[in-house]
Design a protein around this ligand. Sequence first.
Ligand code: FAD
Length: 461
Amino acid sequence: AKRAPTVIIVGAGMSGISAAKTLSDAGIKRILILEATNRIGGRMYKANFSGVSVELGANWVSGVGGPQVNPIWIMANKLRLKSFLSNFQNISSNTYKPVGGVYEESVARKAFEVAEQVVEFGTEVSKDLAARKQPDISILTSQRLKNYFPKTPLEMVIDYYLCDFESAEPPRATSLLNSVPSSTYSNFGEDSYFVADPRGYESVVHYVAQQFLTTNAAGQITDPRLQLKKVVTEISRSPRGVAVKTEDGLVHRADYVIVSVSLGVLQNNLIKFHPSLPQWKILALDQFNMAIYTKIFLKFPYKFWPSGNGTEFFLYAHEKRGYYPFWQHLEREFPGENVLFVTVTDDESRRLEQQSDSETKAEIMAVLRNMFGKQIPEATDILVPRWLSNRFYKGSYSNWPIGVSHHQFNQIKAPVGKVYFTGEHTSAAYYGYVHGAYFAGIDTAKLMTSCIKRGACSYSI
Ligand code: FAD
């Protein structure tokens, strides 16, 4: 009989593929990757929208130009992935009032300066708390300490842009201690490159996969150790090994398993564990946050927004915080295609996932008419990703909420017997990012390798 694979990896996103490659590099070749969908890449996911290739999930190589080199940037360069440096400098000139055009630049700039000083203050407070080993506070608390209470539409949209646009959750939810200063930007640099390539940002996952999985002449993965359309439903463990059940009724046995599915999938108990996971593990998983970040793409018959240098990003201020706040045109990426997208998060994402795309389009058209006037043309196409509803993701990426200690964070990552965990939500420094998923995969695979090869299986939290 065929010997069982040594390790099963559940999920073929960046972290699962990076874990599998690390095992393979360490000589552990008997692996089986079970992926629910018909593709690899997970939350790195390109889609065709009205003839252009857009990214529904990760879009930026975040953190470039700093003291250390972001490994994802190295891969993007090896692949010559088409990407564009994002310049947010001009955003204060491109901030729109609730109705009737942009704010006067000096007014918006002043409001930005105040808000940016509050962010700097928060960064200092965070460093101070860390140095003195003090408990965590929320970003909101740090704002109150500075006597900052954003309440006008302008103040609220700036606050949204400086906080929610990155963490996908509001200041009251987010941990100050664990989110500022951001390790991504302080270690890898302040720059972000927006990927817009017909091969998709997901091609970096293919790039990692092709280094250890067999491919055909066309570069497609043909390796039988990668199985697509295998939805894992149950994982049983015993001291002897693991049994992983898939929706097709098959049971796959191995010595170990690495679970790389999102925090949202784990929180929703979409994989049953036998025996069930210990209480400390369940509690740790449930304490962390799975945030929602939604990019809504729109196509128009012609361009009616400003284009050229310094116009790419624009904000819409509204009395309801987070109402279609962050906009980007794709004139550099796809000239002449007349594509815009708007980003919403959290409660707004949740709300939009429940309504029809035509309702969302009507809301967006009303917003655009408030910004640009009544005469603008109707969008001819709309694309609304639904990350929360999708049972293979259940949200977009994790966010570190106020009150979760490093001890609890380590519990999220900790193995339970022969069941190991990886994914962006297990990277303490880079949770929420592609590079976080990549590093997490390497870390988990190394942890497992030292258990397999050296019998060093205990994990100290
Ligand atoms: P995943 O990519 O989710 O991989 C897990 C895999 O498990 C998936 O392929 C899934 O299909 C599979 N799976 C799920 N359930 C099962 C099951 N039951 N059985 C088998 N397989 C299963 N990061 C950045 O660095 N820059 C950005 O600009 C950025 N923007 C983002 C925007 C959005 C809208 C989203 C959603 C994410 C964004 N991210 C960004 C985050 C980044 O995409 C993720 O951190 C990273 O891709 C996560 O990789 P992962 O391997 O941890 O998880």
